[in-house]
Design a protein around this ligand. Structure first.
Ligand code: EPZ
Length: 421
């Protein structure tokens, strides 16, 4: 396995560009299954996760080929409609093939995803939504066995009891070819949903209401392949912006969508930081360090849970006592033990982390536990005194394309090496 060796403290300053959004690319790649023919997706990030979803589509029979960050998908023939356990267990987002396979073919067999480091992460809302569209679903030896009677889903009403990005997108993709009208209520309003709807509409789907609490879909008889660019990764953007207060640098993120960052910008302003923005860029001046803040994660447009670990890293060296409240997941605090090893003062009280700022963290051997926690530990290590060994960086490679290159361009001192035996 590989690890990062990170020297600190450094000041991260300069301009950086985000790659394409992982959490938009994954469902868009699966949406290509809805139409026979050749789809083209541009600005697809080259990650473990995008490689996994491409392998899954190829297992189903699609022909896929990357040309740099452009992905060509020919989904004309999809003879196999089973998503195998050995692929799904490595990435929960594989569940995104359920909607397209059910929508286009009326049948699908997808391994039930496992849990993750912060809890069970069920897919009951995905299954409930498909059932409201007429699907008959059974759990068969760990597989979700789904069939549409008569071979086609029927429009229906779906009221989500909680806001779910994945369930919203998956049921959407099932509904676009269903017979009749579907109304989805209490849906996710994340940009990922809005961009996936853009892609589906480019394929000929009839969808209204993306970005609001209710989405209406008029089922159509067939769809055309899509040709679309993946938008910039809003979580990467937030990760780079959080580097400014942690290392007291001035960081400018170009080619981004500032409207996606308002919740983070509000928190950084609460922490006393100077922020400027333009049509497609945001700049944070972290020279003065950050005062304490109160962060609470929430569905979009609230503060994203995927930036919770990163903002906590900023709180560890802020002036005063901050609170970070996680409302989306049961226990998304696996990064706390690692930050404590670096000298952070964090007390957990249920889903609230109380963080007392210290002058400076110390470099230490730490372990990546999940994708976003890993990014937070890189940032913390850049602001810490001394050397940090960050192990299990395969977590990082799942969701950030060549992160060390871009961090080093901002002034980080990171080398990737094999972990000693
Ligand atoms: C997406 O996961 C993202 N993943 C996650 O990012 C992100 O943390 C999450 O949305 C929340 O924003 C992708 O887009 C690939 P949810 P998803 O359904 O869709 C519960 C990353 O780092 N729930 O919005 O799985 C669930 O347990 C990843 O890129 C059910 O109870 O999240 C959670 O508590 C990590 N039943 C809440 O809803 C269900 O059927 C929100 O989860 C589905 C979800």
């Amino acid at each position: 396995m590989e690890r990062f060796v990170i020297e600190g403290p450094v000041t991260l300053s300069g301009s950086v560009r985000p790659s394409g959004s992982k959490n938009t690319a994954l469902p868009l790649i699966c949406a290509a299954l809805l139409a026979p023919g050749k789809s083209v997706l541009r600005n697809v990030p080259r990650l473990r996760d995008t490689n996994t979803i491409v392998r899954l589509l190829e297992t189903l029979g699609a022909e896929c080929e990357f040309e740099g960050n452009t992905l060509h998908i020919d989904a004309t023939d999809i003879p196999n409609r089973e998503a195998p356990y050995d692929l799904v267990k490595t990435m929960r987002a594989s569940i995104y093939v359920l909607g397209p396979l059910l929508g286009r073919f009326g049948d699908a067999r997808v391994s039930e995803p496992g849990g993750c480091a912060w809890g069970p992460r069920p897919v009951d809302l995905h299954k409930m939504g498909m059932e409201r569209l007429g699907a008959e679903i059974e759990l068969d030896h760990g597989y979700i066995d789904a069939k549409a009677p008569g071979g086609r889903l029927k429009g229906g009403e779906v009221n989500f009891k909680i806001v779910s990005v994945g369930a919203t997108i998956n049921v959407l993709m099932g509904a676009v070819l269903a017979e009749g009208t579907t109304v989805l209520r209490n849906v996710a309003r994340e940009p990922d949903v809005v961009f996936v709807v853009d892609g589906l509409k480019k394929m000929g789907a009839k969808i209204e209401g993306a970005g609001t609490h209710t989405i209406t879909i008029e089922g159509v008889e067939g769809l055309e392949p899509m040709n679309m660019a993946v938008p910039p990764d809003r979580i990467e953007v937030g990760t780079f912006l959080a580097a400014a207060p942690i290392t007291r640098g001035r960081v400018r993120v170009e080619d981004c969508i500032p409207e996606h960052q308002y919740a983070l910008i509000e928190l950084l302003r609460q922490g006393g930081l100077e922020i400027e923005q333009g049509d497609d860029w945001i700049e944070v001046d972290g020279a003065s360090g950050m005062r304490s803040i109160e962060a609470i994660t929430a569905p979009f447009p609230g503060f994203p849970t995927d930036l919770q670990a990163q903002i906590m890293a900023a709180c560890t060296m802020a002036d005063g006592v901050s609170t970070v409240t996680e409302t989306i997941y049961l226990d998304r605090f696996t990064h706390v033990a690692e930050l404590r090893r670096m000298g952070a003062k964090v007390r957990l009280d249920g889903n609230v982390a109380v963080v007392t700022g210290v002058e400076r963290l110390q470099g230490a051997p730490v372990m990546a536990t999940d994708l976003r926690a890993s990014a937070a530990l890189i940032l913390a290590a850049c602001g810490a005194e001394g050397t940090t060994h960050l192990s299990r960086i395969y977590h990082i490679d799942r969701g950030y394309e060549k992160i060390e290159d871009r961090m080093c361009a901002l002034g980080a001192v990171i080398t990737r090496e094999q972990e000693p035996d």
